[in-house]
Design a protein around this ligand. Sequence first.
Ligand code: ADP
Ligand code: MG
Length: 247
Amino acid sequence: MNPNKVLLETKHLNKAFADNVVLQDVNEQVHEGQVICLIGPSGAGKSTLLRCLNLLDQPTKGAVLFAGQDLTQLSEKQLDEIRQQMGMVFQQFNLFPHMSIVDNLKLAPMRVKGMSDSEAQAMAVALLEQVGLSDKEQAYPESLSGGQQQRVAIARALSMNPQMMLFDEPTSALDPEMVGEVLKVMQDLAHKGMTMVVVTHEMGFARNVADQIWFMADGGIQEVATPQEFFDHPQTKRAQDFLAKIL
Ligand code: ADP
Ligand code: MG
């Protein structure tokens, strides 16, 4: 891991849906091993920015550079390969209901990467251990709690051995008692050096785990700061108002 290396970068990134300008001239960098927490009010464009980072949403203008390569210039097939290196976890877990947990984890590495059954099995077992679900190998998604399913979804994203992870409100659909177990897995991942961009309303996580906060509101990133700077001394009126409402 090289903290001086820029892994992901946006240049003059703009995104509009018809005449609704959601992102205006976003110029940010994510360094290797860095954990970014993207916070801000609902409708601020957090999901849109995250989805532009791996081109699930096509920017209206500007560039997204991953390891120096401009994703906006790539074919859909090339993009599919890049997206494997940017694991994504959503609010909804979207596990395959008809497959056991271990088979959910083995599917993509075998189909997409051509991994052998025994290699994929070994990796799935290791990932289940990492997310604390070794005993659930043969279980089916419906028998798991939401927190357990989300941990499987994280393991599934990790099964492609990504260079970075994108999370969009991974705990927002969970009952409160399950939030901690998912945040713990994410915190462990951060401590292992995974590069992460996390959209979250979990301010404790943002304060404790993030290296940098990106505060979004009104069509752009209003503030980029360390958690301590941001939470203790927010600079913009918009951020001060936001924090006053939630803290
Ligand atoms: P956040 O994740 O911060 O709540 P979003 O990125 O989901 O915000 O949405 C930002 C704005 O973009 C909102 O005004 C929303 O209505 C609009 N938007 C998001 N996705 C689409 C879409 N697929 N089509 C049209 N408008 C969209
Ligand atoms: Mg969102």
